[in-house]
Design a protein around this ligand. Structure first.
Ligand code: AQP
Length: 337
């Protein structure tokens, strides 16, 4: 298969910053599994991105293994897809430096995720956090990936990747990099916090009740759904009528994503019911889908050396693709090799 002369190839990743959650699963991992059949896929644990914000070194290693375990437990097959951690492939850093010199300051200044993460503290955050999108562009373009499955929250960064690829091709009068396409699939592309329907479900949210972690036991999970914020109204007949009810909208959307339905179908099934009934059904479906993943993750994490071996094997395969592409880039840039 080819896209404008480029092999159809998928790149995606998640940061090992602890607390892999239902949003990561619905917005990313489960879609990655489906893509394995159609594309050559690289699924990376982006530990270099993780350290843009402080990570305790001991926790980073454990979180990297947890992320790899979450990918595999969700159905990523490390014999089929290339599963590795970013820092084992130095070419990511080399290409990111070149992209630091291609991307414009004004482009990065417009990144809303930086503004969200830096908050009022932007003078004190690491410079790595600011140039994070350039490293993300390098992650993707290092493999000439043509497609990137992303949650809604990553759309702006992917646009920047496309801008960097175009500017590089233009400035160096070449066509090394493809036009990368996002793959944003179905329900579940933006799961919100269980405590605040206007905030994304996120690993770094200080409230444990804001998210369903993939390693939550069943009791914890049930408690979190019970405590999930709702409103006093009943469920309406259509998803449109959920407008202005962000928490209700979010719970319906989680149900829909897990049941393989649309939010409209879920509303039809629960029309006129209160959240007591709905939460019971929601808990059931979450336990049904998440418990087997949790179990498999725990099994994998009990053998860290097995996970490390998988990551090393994946890194070897990733380097084999990356090195000739990086060499091509270096030649175009004018480095003596
Ligand atoms: N809430 C979400 N809904 C849908 N998809 C989501 N993703 C993350 N949160 C949601 C998708 O998961 C993949 C990996 O994301 P990430 O962990 O690398 O980065 P992130 O988006 O910064 O995730 P968090 O949880 O918000 O992490 P912290 O708190 O550490 O910054 C991506 O495809 C993302 O879209």
């Amino acid at each position: 298969m080819s896209t404008g002369g480029f092999k159809n190839r998928v790149f995606s990743g998640a940061q090992p910053s602890g607390n892999m959650h239902l949003g990561n699963y619905l917005g990313a991992f489960r879609n990655w599994v489906l893509l394995q059949e159609e594309y050559e896929c690289l699924y990376c644990v982006v530990d270099m991105h993780a350290i843009t914000q402080w990570q305790d070194p001991a926790d980073l290693a454990a979180s990297t293994r947890e992320a790899a375990a979450a990918y595999i437990a969700s159905g990523v097959d490390p014999k089929v897809s290339i599963l590795y951690n970013q820092s084992q492939v130095a070419a990511h850093a080399e290409l990111a430096w070149i992209f630091n010199c291609v991307a414009r300051l004004g482009w990065l200044n417009r990144m809303t995720q930086f503004k969200d993460k830096a908050g009022k503290n932007s003078e004190q955050v690491s410079t790595g956090l600011f140039v994070y999108p350039n490293l993300m562009a390098a992650d993707i373009l290092l493999y000439k990936a043509t497609h990137v499955p992303v949650g809604e929250d990553q759309k702006q960064h992917l646009e920047l990747t496309r801008d960097i690829a175009q500017k590089f091709n233009h400035d160096f009068e070449c066509d090394i990099f493809p036009d990368v396409q996002p793959i944003i699939q179905g329900e579940g592309t933006r799961i919100m916090s269980l405590r605040d329907g206007l905030k994304k479900m996120s690993k770094s949210d200080p409230s444990h009740y804001s998210r369903i972690n993939l390693n939550d036991d069943t009791d914890t999970l049930m408690k979190k759904i019970r405590k999930a914020k709702t409103d006093a109204e009943l469920l309406p007949a259509t998803a449109k009528e959920l407008a202005g009810r962000p928490e209700a909208q979010n719970l319906v959307s989680i149900f829909a994503a897990l049941a393989g339905q649309t939010s409209d179908q879920v509303c039809t099934s629960f029309e006129g019911k209160g959240f007591g009934d709905f939460k019971k059904a929601l808990t059931e479906i979450i336990v049904d889908k998440v418990a087997p993943i949790t179990e498999e993750m725990l099994k994998l994490q009990a053998d860290p050396s097995y996970i490390d071996e998988i990551l090393r094997f994946g890194a070897e395969r990733a380097r084999a693709i990356a090195e000739p592409i990086l060499n091509e880039v270096k030649q175009v840039v004018g480095y003596i090799r």
